[in-house]
Write a protein that binds this ligand. Structure first.
Ligand SMILES: NC(=O)c1ccc[n+]([C@@H]2O[C@H](COP(=O)([O-])OP(=O)(O)OC[C@H]3O[C@@H](n4cnc5c(N)ncnc54)[C@H](OP(=O)(O)O)[C@@H]3O)[C@@H](O)[C@H]2O)c1
Length: 268
């Protein structure tokens, strides 16, 4: 109560009593929603300097968002070349990173769901998705059957609820679900969407459904850096970010519409 919200932030050390955090160092910490923060050395991560890569990438594709996508694809779903993957909330931070990473990992067909036709077009035109649909356009299971007539190998779930039920229906035998988030449920805690009515198909189809928290996989960060930084430097991957300028607009950004990672810039 009566404390600023938390969130990941990139900042520069302006004053220090810790040898590990010299003045001028660029660090990542979790005390967002304020212009200046007091952090401990343990609560800060000294960011590597990747020349040619924008600092903001440490909050999007190279940050917790990109790492969630990386862990979901490589460690949980173990996506293989030529496989068909469905990503929900595909125009959000995790989804846009996951789509671009899946392409680089050799996915055969990448399908995304999102909340508007404009966002769906953004996914296919700019981010390498093969197909994308607005989840308001009729039953999700029908959109998936059209987009993936041969069925899905992998589902990266950011939504839960009706999306999870439809994906279970569309998955092939031995498919994998990496469960990252349940954005359809957070604003609905009193009456969350019912569990998928077809949950038992997880048995019938020998599916694997595994949830994960990125904070338990921070050791994967060097893998992500090694894989992605060359693609960021070459321009093959451009972080998808919505940047709002000015600390006074932080609430607007929180409530606003984004594609990719929503960021607030409070210093140049
Ligand atoms: N497991 C972990 O460690 C971990 C780590 C990071 C994030 N997460 C979770 O992963 C999910 C995605 O995170 P993010 O950073 O990508 O979030 P984000 O950038 O805020 O994107 C979320 C997107 O979800 C969509 N959405 C909102 N309500 C929806 C609904 N009722 N049904 C379907 N889509 C809806 C919105 O886009 P549309 O306009 O397309 O609806 C929104 O842009 C969240 O649930 C988050 O909590 C988990």
């Amino acid at each position: 109560m009566h404390a600023p919200l938390e969130g990941r932030t990139v900042g520069r050390v302006v004053e220090s009593r810790a040898d590990a955090l010299p003045v001028g160092a660029v660090i990542l910490h979790r005390q967002a929603w304020r212009t200046h923060s007091v952090v401990t050395a343990e609560g800060a991560f000294l960011l590597p300097d990747f020349a040619g890569v924008p600092l903001s990438a440490h909050l999007s594709v190279l940050g917790g968002t990109g790492l969630s996508a990386w862990v979901g694809l490589t460690r949980i779903a173990r996506l293989q070349p030529d496989e068909t993957i469905f990503i929900s909330a595909a125009a959000g931070g995790v989804g846009t990173a996951a789509g671009q990473l899946a392409r680089l990992l050799g996915a055969g067909r990448i399908i995304g769901s999102t909340g508007s036709a404009a966002k769906a077009a953004h996914l296919t035109k700019n981010l390498g998705f093969d197909a994308a649909f607005d989840y308001h356009d009729g039953p999700i299971v029908e959109r998936l059957r059209e987009a993936a007539p041969e069925g899905l190998h992998v589902y990266l779930d950011n939504v839960g609820g009706d999306h999870l039920e439809a994906a279970i229906d569309a998955l092939r035998d031995h498919g994998r679900i990496a469960w990252c988030g349940a954005v359809a449920q957070y604003n609905n805690l009193q009456s969350p969407p019912p569990a998928p009515r077809n949950l038992y198909d997880v048995v019938g189809k020998s599916l694997r459904l595994e949830g994960f928290l990125v904070r338990n996989h921070l050791d994967a960060r060097p893998e992500l850096y090694d894989f992605l930084v060359p693609h960021l430097r070459s321009g093959a991957v451009v972080p998808d970010e919505t940047v709002v300028d000015g600390f006074d607009h932080v609430v607007d950004a929180f409530l606003g519409m984004n594609t990719g990672k929503m960021l607030v810039r409070i210093a140049g």
